[in-house]
Design a protein around this ligand. Structure first.
Ligand code: SAH
Ligand code: SF4
Length: 361
């Protein structure tokens, strides 16, 4: 399979493709419309285009990124979709619904998209890391996670978070391309301000996001308040310490004026002390921000070794106490729920589920 994925190209590149095939410029607008408004993933179905253009496009390009899709629904409404690509690789995407009881507040449907097949960073607590790195996703493969998910679940997503498999800032070109397409108003997929990129602390990526986009949100997977502890569980910390991350988030905040989110998994006895709460408050006060406390989702199904085998979730009492302590220090703090844990769709559990990947070993 060596056809190019058509959604890797932006509007002006699509125009050139159409002109080079000997067709008029307005056909490019029609093609964009078929791809993004009509969400057609097969050129043959694009009836607004003349047959010879449809055939010429199909010879060279692929309109849809995925060969196969498998949907799993959790009892709490979370949906996990496995996307198989044309080269035999696969990634997972998760839709997390937040249904509001308050008529004033709209329901949220967040789509958690993957940016890589596997991940090279191997954070101690993360199932994706245990898979190792397979390859970067192309821009089209990121964009199509939204297009296919909306069709498969029959819901208009309200938010996109780059919190699926992979480290977005280690695939920066394709991630930025996908953000440009998502947030292009004439394409109409997702307003920029509803897109969040999550990183384990890749400093050049944080700076590049701030240089290239003014409305995209940033989440930092902090998980520790000292370099010694952070280096044990987040390998990227050996390259970029807390000082470097602190400077990068100030750079981001001064360029964008968008409040940041810190992600913090609470591990029993490792990062859940009162001193940790104090240090976390100090770090988070450097810029406008909030802290998301995440319960640790077990990844025992990966047969973890070393420090990974020692990690235990903090109790709900500890999580409450830690949250109270942060709030007393005027830090906006949210305790995240564990959506989709029953189908291994919770944060960091994305590893093609226990059955497919780990029993095979
Ligand atoms: N690579 C990026 C984005 C993908 S991970 C990053 O690390 O930020 C998305 C989020 O899930 C991160 O905050 C990550 O730290 C968290 N996570 C990973 N494994 C987890 C686990 N077992 N339990 C809870 N959260 C986890
Ligand atoms: Fe990669 Fe993020 Fe998982 Fe770390 S937490 S291994 S950076 S996907």
């Amino acid at each position: 399979m060596n056809k190019n994925l058509i959604k890797n190209y932006n509007a002006s590149e699509i125009e050139k493709i159409v002109l080079d095939l000997g067709h008029k410029k307005f056909r490019a607008t029609q093609l964009m419309n078929e791809l993004y408004s009509q969400r057609k993933t097969d050129f043959a179905e694009m009836k607004t285009l003349p047959g010879d253009l449809r055939n010429a496009l199909a010879e060279k390009y692929e309109a849809g990124s995925f060969a196969e899709t498998t949907k799993t629904v959790s009892k709490d409404g979370t949906v996990k979709i496995l996307f198989a690509m044309h080269d035999g690789n696969a990634v997972e995407t998760v839709m997390i619904p937040e249904i509001s009881n308050d008529p004033e507040r709209k329901d949220r449907y967040s789509l958690c998209v993957s940016s890589q097949v596997g991940c090279s960073l191997d954070c101690a607590f993360c199932a994706t890391g245990k898979l190792g790195f397979k390859r970067n996703l192309e821009a089209s493969e990121i964009i199509d996670q939204l297009i296919y998910a909306e069709k498969l679940i029959d819901i208009k997503m309200t938010n996109i978070v780059y919190m699926g498999m992979g480290e977005p800032f280690l695939n920066i070109d394709n991630v930025f391309k996908s953000i440009r397409t998502f947030s292009n108003p004439s394409v109409g997929l997702m307003p920029a301000k509803r897109i969040t990129v999550s990183t384990s602390g890749i400093v050049p990526g944080i700076e590049a996001l701030a240089d290239n986009f003014k409305r995209i949100k940033l989440a930092i997977s902090l998980h520790a308040t000292t370099d010694i502890v952070r280096e044990k569980i987040v390998p990227a910390a050996r390259k970029w310490d807390l000082k470097a991350i602190g400077e990068a988030i100030e750079y981001y905040y001064h360029n964008t004026k968008i409040p940041l989110t810190f992600e913090y998994i609470l591990f029993d006895g490792l990062n859940d002390s009162e001193d940790d709460a104090k240090r976390l408050a100090r770090i988070s006060r450097r810029v406008m921000s909030k802290v998301n406390l995440i319960p640790y989702h077990s990844i025992d199904f990966t047969n973890p070794e070393g420090i990974a085998a020692e990690l235990k979730p903090a109790s709900s009492r500890t999580i409450m106490r830690f949250a109270d302590s942060l709030r007393a220090k005027k830090v906006t703090t949210i305790i995240r729920s564990s959506s989709g844990e029953d189908i291994a769709a919770a944060c960091g559990q994305l590893a093609f589920s226990k059955q497919n990947t780990y029993n095979a070993k």
